[in-house]
Write a protein that binds this ligand. Sequence first.
Ligand SMILES: C[S@@+](CC[C@H](N)C(=O)[O-])C[C@H]1O[C@@H](n2cnc3c(N)ncnc32)[C@H](O)[C@@H]1O
Length: 302
Amino acid sequence: MSDWTPADGLPPEVNPPGMEEIEDNPEALDQLLEKLYEERGIDFRNYKRSTMSRRLAKRFRARKVKSYTDYIKLLDKNVEEYETLFDDLTVNETYFFRNQTIFETFQKYLITIIKNCSDDNRPLRIWSAGCSSGEEPYSVAMLVDHCLLEQQKILPEIQIFATDIDQNMLQKAKEGVYPRLAVNGIPTEFLQSYFSLENGNYKITPSLQKQIRFEFHNLAHDPPFENLDIILCRNVIIYFNIGLQMEVLRKFYHGLRDDGLLLLGEYEVAIREGRNLFTNLHFEAKLYRKRQRKQGKSWKKP
Ligand SMILES: C[S@@+](CC[C@H](N)C(=O)[O-])C[C@H]1O[C@@H](n2cnc3c(N)ncnc32)[C@H](O)[C@@H]1O
């Protein structure tokens, strides 16, 4: 029986058979991750070892392989295996309005940001980092549009950057077409306003789509976008080791404006070292604000 509680992070994944051998071989795991990076530029070297070995165990089982040596031989003979391994190592699970109560809290803070942008007559700039197949940035775009109408505010421009390392997911996101099951979490009024029905699937309206720039961006290697009002990075850094988490938090700090907000995933926190960079605005919502070095615009709590 697991002792897991929500405070521990993501619920534990069940260890697949073959796990024991993998956990006993940290050096072989390092070598394999190094090989992936050197030969394919796929960099999982600073991801949590426990997640990597669990996911590798799944591949070993699928390919009926019992050792790292055999799996490396298989990779050398079968280049398509790299693709499947990449798919298994990246966790792409996502939903529209994931964790609805968090979105409700987020909306209150979003309204303040929108007001500030509108008062200053400047564009609203948002980054969804690790956007998977696009449900997160589209949810935010719908929410922004809804708030603008409700608050009767006008912005010169809305710029949403949505990035990921998984090209297949980015392609899906760009298409913006989702099956019935995927749109279940969307409020009916949003579904009616922001989607059209095409051959039984739901397609995002072009006016919303054109606010979002989907592109490849690796949080481990690439510089941040700049002058941002909001960064959403949910259910991504939980897979990184502490060193990489800190590196990414530093990038977010530099990417955000002085009054900028950071939204992490339900089970994520800005690690202890990150508290020099961010203050927690709302614990349950995992909403942070960039710490200010000098006096910036005052931030009214909604
Ligand atoms: C579990 S999904 C989260 C999707 C969405 N943010 C959400 O919370 O629903 C994690 C995403 O992070 C992406 N990812 C993993 N490592 C990354 C990296 N180094 N840079 C950018 N994206 C990464 C994965 O490809 C995957 O699509």
